[in-house]
Design a protein around this ligand. Structure first.
Ligand code: HEC
Ligand code: HEC
Ligand code: HEC
Ligand code: HEC
Ligand code: HEC
Ligand code: HEC
Ligand code: HEC
Ligand code: HEC
Length: 481
């Protein structure tokens, strides 16, 4: 291949895209790629058409430039006298897009396949699943629920068989934290669908919605119901989603998309492929933690970027469309909801669960209460927090705090009371002691200011005030007599 530096510099100037190792971008279509195209025009015409509509086509980056491999690489195979690999990993993209790959590799996205051993993973492998799905890579079997569920969002660990073929349990898969045969983590095509690799598509909210949806993290649903989603759909054609440069307040102004707030450029910030750099809470655990703690837990360099810096980064996005005071007050409202959920439900709930442990079957998810508590924090408690963080009041309330409260009072507390009662007079002294401790904590929680209404011990002054409010309400809504 021959390279023309002038042509490459021109390309970079025109595109505004920084291609790190410009020298690997060929000046003309390579001889190898011409041969791939000859066959694949017939074999897989749509792949060639999609590539033909891509920016890569314009830059002569074709089949061979991405799929080429060195003999000896774990997933390299001989294909019509070329050595290629089917998987194009972030390491392959890094030959030309080093910065994006570098940022992505530092993010939680790249680590999303490290979920093995988590509570939810036990669900897929044991509770929902079995070992009935047998492939050459998994002679003892693997759970089809994990393969078709978790792994498609989080990523599989791709296994290469002796003939260079990819094990069918582990591929096709574009989970965001996929562990690739070359040891790299992640999959760029989780967001950049092949073979057009269009940024326009990546900037669309639906793109994130493949994974960020459902009962435990309904970000796409929240967005759709928020003023931001409404403004996006009303003005989609004015969003210039296909512009090379896409700076809020310069190239578009109608609405923010997921990318706008979490990734895209502002007048003062470049695009980032580390989606953690603008969030000040990690709302995934039962009790929210700061993102620098979550990063430290995973050994990520983000451990040195505190939540205040990240909140400033996000605020910088908002301030293109909103005033200072408005955004500050939004964060006060959001923090207030986190505090409410923590103090009223998550902390006492966690403490009660810890005290209940010695009285339960030791098998995780072997007890009804395991499911009750899991749904309170993992589904409903997250929905409340996620709804508040992204301006979706219905998710905060009816799908969120309402469900938390309903299940706390009508499922969780009664189940714990029964557990304590059943064991108070146990012949096993350890159990009797544990039951006593649980009972004491239950009394403490239920007699606390947050919960005493439930045992009809509301403060008389507050009760009187509330009674008056009810009477006023009824008067307002009754026809004049
Ligand atoms: C002589 C025709 C021919 C040429 C040349 C050719 N291919 Fe293919 N390719 C095929 C056919 C047929 C298949 C489907 C059957 C198969 O998997 O081998 C295929 C399959 C593939 C696959 C999918 C393999 C899998 O595991 O699913 C990839 C990736 C691929 N080709 C890339 C390339 C690249 C890159 C080049 C150029 C370096 C190329 N091909 C050149 C005919 C060709
Ligand atoms: C910009 C890099 C890039 C270019 C250029 C490219 N590919 Fe791919 N290709 C990928 C990625 C990424 C995947 C997804 C594989 C994975 O799971 O990592 C893929 C997957 C494939 C597959 C298997 C998946 C499927 O849907 O069947 C085939 C076949 C394939 N490419 C053929 C081609 C051919 C033919 C060309 C040239 C017209 C081409 N590719 C050009 C990056 C590229
Ligand atoms: C051989 C170098 C090379 C490789 C390898 C490569 N790219 Fe590119 N890519 C380019 C160049 C050059 C451009 C800019 C083209 C232009 O703007 O005209 C580009 C542009 C892009 C864009 C912007 C597209 C748009 O619509 O603006 C995306 C996204 C992208 N590449 C993703 C990837 C991914 C993901 C991989 C790996 C699967 C990859 N690239 C592999 C050279 C490469
Ligand atoms: C629809 C895609 C999807 C499926 C299916 C899915 N997840 Fe997730 N998972 C996500 C997303 C998105 C997040 C991050 C949510 C957030 O940030 O609010 C997540 C978060 C998690 C976390 C928390 C990680 C952390 O950093 O605290 C664990 C653990 C987890 N998932 C495990 C699983 C397991 C195990 C399964 C299968 C039983 C599964 N997930 C199924 C998309 C999915
Ligand atoms: C979470 C989704 C997501 C993942 C994963 C992702 N990208 Fe992107 N990428 C985007 C979005 C959104 C944009 C558009 C940013 C903008 O301009 O507003 C983008 C833009 C790009 C661009 C255009 C130049 C730029 O920085 O704006 C390149 C090149 C690119 N990505 C490469 C990659 C590579 C390589 C990977 C894998 C390491 C990757 N991306 C993974 C969402 C993603
Ligand atoms: C293929 C699935 C998938 C897609 C697509 C996806 N994500 Fe994620 N995302 C995840 C998973 C899984 C996690 C949780 C990772 C973990 O902590 O283990 C996550 C975590 C996050 C986080 C939390 C990061 C942190 O540091 O705590 C943000 C923010 C995020 N995603 C935003 C986005 C945006 C914006 C898009 C679209 C441009 C997107 N994601 C597309 C799966 C996905
Ligand atoms: C108007 C800006 C904005 C838009 C649009 C937006 N978000 Fe967010 N997002 C936020 C803010 C603010 C937070 C909370 C940040 C914090 O904790 O400080 C957040 C938090 C998150 C988190 C972290 C959740 C966790 O468990 O910790 C994820 C994941 C996420 N958003 C994904 C998305 C996705 C996917 C979309 C589109 C469907 C989207 N966001 C749209 C502003 C936005
Ligand atoms: C591209 C412009 C844009 C960006 C960026 C943006 N917003 Fe908005 N926001 C809007 C529009 C438009 C509305 C609807 C205004 C109306 O109701 O008339 C809105 C409404 C809101 C509302 C009111 C919601 C309601 O239901 O009344 C809040 C709160 C809000 N935004 C917070 C934020 C925060 C926080 C950020 C940054 C994380 C942000 N916005 C980023 C355009 C933007």
């Amino acid at each position: 291949m021959k390279f023309s530096n002038a042509a490459i510099i021109l390309l970079i100037l025109v595109s505004g895209i920084t291609v790190s190792e410009a020298a690997v971008v060929p000046e003309t279509l390579s001889e190898q790629s011409k041969q791939c195209l000859d066959c694949h025009k017939i074999q897989t015409p749509v792949i060639v058409q999609q590539w033909g509509a891509s920016k890569h086509f314009r830059a002569n980056v074709a089949c061979y430039e991405c799929h080429q491999a060195q003999a000896g690489e774990p997933d390299a195979f001989e294909h019509n006298s070329f050595t290629i690999a089917t998987i194009v990993s972030p390491r392959d993209c890094a030959r030309c897009h080093a910065q994006e790959v570098n940022e992505f590799e530092k993010s939680h996205h790249a680590k999303a396949a490290r979920i093995l051993g988590s509570a939810d993973n036990r669900l897929a492998e044991v509770v929902e699943g079995n070992r009935g799905f047998v492939t050459p890579g998994f002679p003892k079997g693997v759970s089809a629920a994990a393969v078709n569920g978790c792994w498609q969002c989080h990523g599989s660990e791709v296994k290469v068989l002796e003939n260079g073929k990819l094990d069918t349990a582990t591929w096709p898969n574009t989970g965001i934290g996929r562990i690739n045969p070359d040891g790299s983590e992640g999959s760029c095509s989780a967001c950049h669908s092949r073979h057009q690799f269009s940024v326009e598509q990546a900037r669309n909210p639906e793109n994130c919605g493949k994974c960020h949806m459902g009962p435990d993290h309904p970000q796409i649903e929240i967005y759709e119901e928020s003023k931001h989603g409404i403004a996006f759909h009303a003005n989609k054609q004015k969003m210039n989603l296909d512009n090379e440069k896409w700076v809020v307040g310069e190239d578009y102004n109608a609405a923010p998309t997921c990318a706008t707030c979490h990734m895209s450029a502002t007048r003062t910030q470049p695009v980032t492929h580390d989606v953690g750099m603008r969030i000040s809470w990690n709302n995934r655990p039962a009790i929210s933690i700061r993102p620098e703690i979550a990063d430290a837990n995973m050994g990520l360099p983000g451990k040195d970027v505190d939540w205040k810096t990240r909140r400033k980064n996000m605020t910088d996005v908002c301030l293109n469309c909103h005033s200072d005071g408005f955004v500050e007050s939004f964060y006060v409202q959001y923090d207030g909801l986190i505090e409410l959920y923590h103090e009223k439900f998550a902390k006492p709930g966690q403490a009660l669960m810890d005290l209940a442990k010695p009285l339960l079957k030791p098998v995780p998810f072997g007890n009804k209460i395991d499911f009750i508590w899991f749904e309170i924090w993992h589904h409903e408690g997250r929905r409340a927090r996620h709804g508040a963080s992204m301006m979706g009041p219905d998710y905060t309330h009816w799908h969120g705090t309402y469900e938390v409260a309903k299940n706390f009072y009508s499922e969780f507390i009664p189940e714990l009371e029964e557990l304590a009662e059943k064991n108070l007079n146990s012949s096993d002294p350890a159990k009797a002691t544990a039951a006593k401790a649980l009972q004491v904590k239950l009394d403490e929680v239920l007699n606390s200011n947050d919960h005493k209404w439930f045992i009809d011990k509301m403060d008389p002054e507050e009760a009187a005030q509330r009674k008056k409010e009810v009477e006023d309400f009824q008067r307002r809504y009754q026809p004049e007599s």
